[in-house]
Ligand binder design. Structure first.
Ligand SMILES: Cc1ncc(COP(=O)(O)O)c(C=O)c1O
Ligand SMILES: N[C@@H](CCOP(=O)(O)O)C(=O)O
Length: 531
């Protein structure tokens, strides 16, 4: 109750959901190295509703808002003004650089052709101390208050502080399960504090929802401002396209997706088709599609939705904040992220770093980026001692969503890894499929990309870099149901040159009692001798 009472006593705050206008500098709590558990409960979320409880019966259901009002209308009654703001700046700029752009401009690259970053007014955010932010964020979890019920928009002040809540396009994404991998950790790694952050248990089945809600919301705002945005487009290995088409469909905005023909799963292909996107299946790989969408968005009023657009990363970074929050603001030792176009590893770094800079935690975890050996340009760069980056021709991999040879966010990834004492690992096809098989055998149902991340964990654990009691989080990036064909191939042992040692094929059995009893007895005996 510490934080709750702090908030309720705060002279600056009548409701923690809505920072109040023109607040003087909030008193800072002394900086401590140990963060005690913060529990924020039972905050008042709105002023008393005059229409509630007016029925004659004392048992009448009390509505939280007038019955003719929806949650957007309700949010309008609570509009707040504050001094938080954000702008685009060149990524990792020269300290003397003054180049910046409003987020309402349509710009993806700096003047020198480099990447951009969203820079927040940290001085304004620092007027509130870590305890304030922790309690504010905690108070919003698990609610349906627009837009804070979303795991992304519950951190709105740190994401897109200036957007009107009315312009937000959200599916209440985020707040994903942080799964304690008890059996996997114990059985395969001798670990007791292993966690899997299931970002793929989400609206469109991948972590891309976190960034797409931000990007499509900003597009919604731009279109209301009559900026020239006729549609939104992306190149994709299947997950970005699914998220883009779903969020655009929900806002009535046209979406255009460039997909590498025959290189994405059927489940991923059907997602944009079902959501009404304009789908181009192009006879090239992802890197080829990426090149084309960049050229097209430079010519046509189509807004670019890939993570080259730094808005996306503002949403994705909330997964890092959420992990800290789920551990009651205790910092894990390791976070392992599968990498392809390499926006997400930077997003994680940024989320952790912001929490440290704003006093919510006092350190950041070590980051590990895991790549498929068939598409491993970052791994090769890391192994060369960061000497020279060379793009590669990405080969086919079961981790098809990270079959990327020329990642646009290479500089962001290197920055994140260097500043988090990070490591890069790789996984062969057999390693990633076995890791997926092992994880599934302990009750998960992960995607092959998560298999890549688990392989990195297995290698680092076996070499002793990660210790048995290290608190470790593996980021699961997509839902396993998008990749059932790879599981079918594995379990039917139909993969050339792969032993598929964790395969569990179904047993064909005749439809008679004796045959069924025979196979069951054999099975039960094999289990009996094992345990
Ligand atoms: C399922 C999945 N996992 C991991 C990644 C890698 O993320 P990033 O491109 O941000 O490195 C992607 C997309 O590239 C993906 O779709
Ligand atoms: N895996 C991604 C590849 C594109 O990444 P992005 O983050 O730059 O959009 C996909 O699903 O398309």
């Amino acid at each position: 109750m510490v934080a709750a009472s702090t908030l309720l006593r705060s002279p600056f705050l009548s409701s923690p959901l809505y920072p109040q206008p023109h607040q003087p500098t909030a008193s800072k709590h002394p900086t401590t190295t140990h963060f005690t558990t913060v529990k924020a409960t039972a905050f008042p979320t709105s002023s008393p509703d005059p229409s509630a409880g007016t029925s004659a019966s004392p048992q009448a259901i009390k509505h939280r808002r007038p019955t003719n009002e929806n949650i957007r209308d309700e949010a309008r009654r609570h509009t707040s003004t504050h001094n938080f703001s954000a702008k685009y700046v060149p990524f990792n700029p020269d300290p003397s650089s003054t180049e910046s752009y409003s987020l309402d401009e349509i710009v993806y690259r700096s003047r020198s052709g480099g990447l951009l970053d969203v820079q927040h007014d940290m001085d304004a955010l620092k007027k509130y101390d870590g305890e304030y932010w922790r309690a504010l964020f905690d108070s919003r979890v698990g609610k349906t208050t627009w837009p804070y019920g979303s795991g992304v928009w519950s951190k709105k002040e740190w994401v897109l502080p200036e957007i009107n809540s009315d312009d937000i396009v959200s599916a209440f994404e985020g707040n994903s399960n942080l799964f304690w991998a008890e059996r996997f950790g114990k059985q395969f790694l001798g670990m007791n504090d292993l966690w899997v952050k299931h970002c793929g248990i989400s609206h469109t089945g991948s972590f891309k929802d976190l960034g797409m809600t931000v990007l499509v919301s900003q597009v919604n705002r731009l279109r209301k401002m009559k900026r020239p945005v006729v549609g939104v487009g992306c190149a994709s290995t299947g997950d970005t396209s699914a998220a883009l088409s779903a969020y655009c469909a929900s806002a009535g905005i046209p979406s255009i997706v460039f997909l590498p023909a025959n290189r994405i799963s059927i489940a991923q292909l059907v997602q944009p088709i079902a959501n009404g996107a304009f789908v181009l299946s192009i006879d090239t790989d992802f890197d080829g599609c990426m090149q084309l969408i960049r050229e097209v968005t430079a010519e046509l009023p189509i807004y670019l939705a890939n993570s080259l657009n730094s808005l996306r990363l503002e949403g994705q970074k909330t997964a890092a904040i959420e992990i800290l929050q789920q551990f009651d603001w205790e910092v894990p030792d390791w976070v392992i992220v599968p990498g392809g176009n390499l926006g997400n590893i930077y997003a994680f770094y940024k989320g952790f770093h912001m929490c440290k800079e704003l006093g919510l935690v006092n350190r950041i975890p070590r980051l590990v980026c895991a790549q498929a050996a068939n598409a491993n340009p970052l791994y090769l760069y890391y192994k060369s001692g960061w000497k020279e980056f060379k793009s590669v021709k990405a080969n086919t991999t079961f981790a098809s969503a990270i079959q990327i040879g020329d990642p646009v966010s290479i500089d962001r990834a290197v920055f994140a890894l260097k500043n988090s004492n990070g490591i890069v690992e790789e996984a062969t096809e057999e390693e990633l499929m076995d890791a997926m098989g092992q994880a599934d055998s302990t009750g998960m149902f992960i995607c092959p990309h998560t298999g890549v991340a688990l392989t990195a964990l297995i290698k680092l654990r076996n070499s002793g870099v990660i210790g048995p009691t290290d608190r470790t989080v593996v980021v699961s990036t997509a839902h396993g149901l998008k990749f059932t064909q790879s599981k079918i191939d594995y379990h039917s042992r139909e993969i050339k040159d792969m032993a598929c040692q964790y395969a569990n094929p179904p047993v064909q059995v005749k439809a008679d009692f004796g045959s069924v009893m025979d196979v069951l007895k054999k099975y039960l005996l094999s289990k009996d001798s094992k345990y």
